[in-house]
Design a protein around this ligand. Structure first.
Ligand code: SAH
Length: 354
C-alpha cells in the first residue's frame, strides 16, 4: 500500500467518501506523495511521452503560429507569453528558438510558466537558460491592459474531474469509499444537477459524463483577458467537443494502469471536454476543434520536416521520420489530439485552425 493510499483511507474513515476530484487532486499534487510533486514523469524513461518531447517541430510551429497572431494584432509592445503545465520546458524552448528572428517578439514577451510541480519547475529553468521567466500557480492574476498569448499542451487532461452517471432520478456521482482497508469505487445517491442540464438531450439513463470544476474559472480569466486586451490561446489535448463515458485513465511505464491502484504512482488523466472550455472563455471567440495532424500540416510541418531531414542519416533520420508520422498520422496522435484556439472577437483567428 502506498503512503498516499493510507492517508486517503484515514481521510475516508474520518470524513466519508471522496469525490473523484479530490482523489485525482491528491494523487497528482499531494505536497509529499503526489505524482507530479515527486517526479519528472515525461520521456522514454518516464511514464508517458508528449508531442514536444517527440519532436522539436511541435514547439517551433506553434511558436510561429503565436508569433503570427501577435503580428496580426499589430505587434503589441508588451504581452504575457504564458504556458500552462510546461512539463520539461521543451515546448517553450523550441517556441523561443523558432521566434528568435521575429523582430520585437522576444523583447515584448514576459514569459510566465504556470506549473505546480517543483521538480518540473527546476527542469524548466534548466531548459530556458538566459531567459527571464516568472513561475505562477493556477490562481495567477493577469496584469491589466496586457495582451495574453498562451499555450497549453496536455494540461487540461490532468485537471481533476467529477464524474456522474445518469439515473432516472438525477445524477449519481462516482465516489471512493473504503471496504476492508481498500479503496473501492461507488456511487452517491442521485441528485438534480443544474450544471448538467445541457446533457439531458444527448444522454440516456446509464450514460456517464464528466466535468472539470477548476477549468471554467481559469478559462474565464484567460478569455476575458484576450477579449479585452488582445492575444490568443492555443489549447491542445486529447478529448472531444463533448466527452461521454468513463474516460479516467492511469498510465505507468507507458502502459495503462488501474487508476485506483497505488495512488500517487501513476499519471491520471481524463478526456477534455472542449465545449466546456470554449463556453467558459466567452467573450473571447473560439475556432472549431481542429485535429492536431491537420493543424501541424497547415502550419508547415511538411516543409520543416523535409528541411530538418537534409542534415540527418541512418538512425537519426529514421527517428525523425517516425516522429513526424507520430505527430500527424490519424492512427497515432494526429486525430486523437485536438486543438482549439481563442482570439479577440475583432481580430483574425490564429493561422492553421478550422
Ligand atoms: N505540456 C507538457 C507537460 C504535460 S504533463 C508537455 O506537453 O510535455 C502536465 C503538466 O501540467 C505538468 O507540467 C504538470 O506538472 C502540470 N500540472 C498538472 N496539474 C497542474 C495544476 N493544477 N497546476 C499547474 N500545473 C499543473
Amino acid at each position: 500500500m502506498t503512503s498516499l493510499e493510507r492517508l486517503l483511507l484515514n481521510q475516508i474513515a474520518a470524513t466519508g467518501p471522496l469525490t473523484l476530484e479530490t482523489y485525482m487532486a491528491e494523487c497528482l499534487l499531494h505536497p509529499l506523495h503526489g505524482y507530479y510533486t515527486t517526479r519528472d514523469p515525461l520521456g522514454r524513461s518516464g511514464d508517458f511521452i508528449t508531442a514536444p518531447e517527440i519532436s522539436q517541430m511541435f514547439g517551433e510551429l506553434l511558436g510561429l503560429c503565436i508569433a503570427q497572431a501577435w503580428v496580426d494584432q499589430g505587434a503589441p509592445a508588451t504581452f504575457v507569453l504564458a504556458e500552462l503545465g510546461p512539463g520539461r520546458g521543451t515546448l517553450m524552448a523550441d517556441l523561443l528558438r523558432a521566434t528568435h528572428a521575429v523582430p520585437g517578439f522576444h523583447a515584448a514577451a514576459q514569459i510566465w510558466l504556470v506549473e505546480a510541480s517543483a521538480p518540473l519547475r527546476a527542469a524548466q529553468k534548466t531548459a530556458l537558460p538566459g531567459y527571464d521567466v516568472a513561475w505562477r500557480d493556477g490562481t495567477f492574476d493577469l496584469p491589466d491592459s496586457t495582451p495574453l498569448f498562451l499555450i497549453a499542451n496536455e494540461f487540461f487532461d490532468a485537471l481533476p474531474i467529477r464524474q456522474f452517471t445518469r439515473h432516472a432520478q438525477g445524477w449519481c456521482e462516482t465516489i471512493l469509499g473504503a471496504v476492508e482497508g481498500r479503496l473501492v469505487r461507488g456511487y452517491a445517491a442521485p441528485v438534480a444537477l443544474p450544471d448538467l442540464a445541457h446533457r439531458m438531450d444527448d444522454t440516456t439513463p446509464g450514460d456517464v459524463v464528466e466535468i472539470r470544476p477548476k477549468a471554467a474559472p481559469l478559462m474565464a480569466r484567460i478569455g476575458a483577458q484576450i477579449a479585452a486586451y488582445g492575444g490568443a490561446a492555443i489549447l491542445i489535448d486529447y478529448g472531444n467537443w463533448r466527452s461521454r463515458g468513463d474516460t479516467l485513465q492511469g498510465l505507468q511505464g507507458h502502459a495503462f494502469a488501474d487508476p485506483f491502484k497505488d495512488p500517487g504512482q501513476a499519471d491520471l488523466t481524463a478526456h477534455v471536454d472542449f465545449e466546456a472550455l470554449a463556453q467558459a472563455a466567452a467573450p473571447a471567440s473560439t475556432t472549431s476543434l481542429t485535429d492536431q495532424g491537420a493543424l501541424l500540416a497547415r502550419l508547415g510541418l511538411g516543409a520543416r520536416a523535409e528541411r530538418l531531414s537534409r542534415a540527418l542519416t541512418g538512425a537519426a533520420l529514421e527517428n525523425h521520420l517516425s516522429a513526424t508520422q507520430r505527430l500527424t498520422r490519424a492512427e497515432e496522435m494526429g486525430s486523437l489530439f485536438k486543438a482549439l484556439a481563442l482570439y479577440p472577437p475583432q481580430s483574425p483567428a490564429p493561422p492553421g485552425f478550422d
